[in-house]
Design a protein around this ligand. Structure first.
Ligand code: KG4
Ligand code: ZN
Length: 340
């Protein structure tokens, strides 16, 4: 008899339709991502209605591909895991409805997964030795959270953004300098040609939240700088703006993250979410961790941005903990981490 636990995972919270098969929590048997980025690029950002429609068109095929690539059948699956929040409600609903239909039809347990828990769990895929407790900086297009991961499924949120998420700031600044969507990778590329110390952008502190972040002031500072250049008829150096902005974001994230790890005496530090794919941020965190004797973990870029493998990993640990969702599982666009 086979004791393996296989999870079929589905993710559709934003603009990627994704499905994956995960064996025993950390082995990715398949990870299929049908990206809508090219489509949303036409509009300069994600259009929720279009995202939902595309999910509907693509989800069946994406799941079939995930099973096929894994060489697996639905029968072999022990549970169906699905992101049910946070995210775009229409987009989430497509995945949730699909997962419910599959689970009901195939008589499999259904496990609703928190999207951020998925991002954090992406670290388990390639770091087989990583186990809680550890500190995790989650930086995506919708979230910037500093999370003390106390155990599987047990999270203490130490800090979060008061306004824009880090990825959102990347996207807005990219738009301001005409780089388009998605901003993060485009800023990163542009920044390679620039001087990160050419322009002094603010590193915001939040008075009553030692680990909280604020990026809207930084975004405004970039916009003001661009307007100032235009008014003075000065040349606008996009590469210097991109590099200096990226440096400012990275400095704040590293300072808060390392301080949190030290003050909580946590010796392991991980990063997650789309912005965690940024090489400048990774390098800065890596060397700050080395200096402090903290072990640094990060997923490969493919597991940083939205994918279903991470949902399968989180789903596995939820499944082991006994989490089972009912047929009334609903999409919750503002689901809080640690809530059910
Ligand atoms: O985690 P993710 O795929 O989706 C959300 O859950 O939000 O993150 C997407 C965000 C976008 O804002 C994108 O610009 C940013 O991650 N991003 C990056 C990089 N790659 C993606 N930001 C900085 N550098 C990157 N290389
Ligand atoms: Zn995400």
């Amino acid at each position: 008899m086979c004791n393996d636990i296989n999870i079929l995972a589905i993710e559709s919270s934003c603009d990627e339709t994704a499905a994956a098969v995960i064996r025993n929590g950390r082995e990715v048997r398949s990870n299929i991502i049908s990206s809508q980025i090219a489509l949303h690029t036409l509009y300069g950002g994600v259009v929720p209605e279009i995202a939902s429609r595309k999910h509907i068109e693509r989800i069946n095929q994406t799941i079939e591909e995930a099973l096929e690539e894994a060489g697996a059948t639905l029968e072999e699956m022990d549970a169906i895991a699905v992101t049910y929040g946070p995210g775009l409600v229409g987009a989430l609903l497509v995945g949730v409805a699909e997962a419910k239909a599959i689970a009901y039809g195939a008589k499999k347990p259904l496990v609703g997964v928190h999207h951020i828990e998925g991002h954090i769990s992406a670290n388990y895929i390639e770091n087989k030795d990583l186990e809680p407790p550890f500190m995790c900086l989650v930086v995506s297009g919708g979230h910037t959270h500093l999370v003390n991961v106390k155990d599987y499924g047990t999270y203490e949120i130490l800090g979060k953004t008061r306004d824009d998420a880090a990825g959102e700031a990347f996207d807005k600044v990219a738009r301001a300098i005409g780089l388009g969507y998605p901003g993060g990778p485009k800023i990163e590329k542009k920044a390679k040609e620039g001087d990160p110390f050419a322009i002094s952008f603010p590193r915001a502190k939040v008075a009553d939240g030692p680990y909280d972040f604020s990026f809207s002031g930084l975004k405004s500072a970039v916009l003001n700088y661009i307007n100032g250049c235009k008014m003075k008829n000065e040349e606008i150096n996009d590469a210097n703006i991109a590099a200096s902005f990226q440096q400012a974001v990275s400095d704040v994230l590293v300072e808060h993250g390392i301080r949190a790890a030290k003050e909580h005496n946590v010796k392991k530090f991980a990063i997650a979410g789309g912005v965690a794919a940024n090489a400048t941020l990774r390098e800065a965190l890596k060397s700050a961790c080395e200096k402090e004797g903290i072990r640094f973990y990060h997923p490969s870029p493919i597991f940083c941005t939205d994918n279903a493998a991470m949902i399968g990993v989180a789903g596995y640990y939820e499944y082991l903990a006994g989490t089972r969702s009912g047929w009334d599982l609903n999409a919750i666009p503002n689901l809080k981490l640690g809530e059910r």
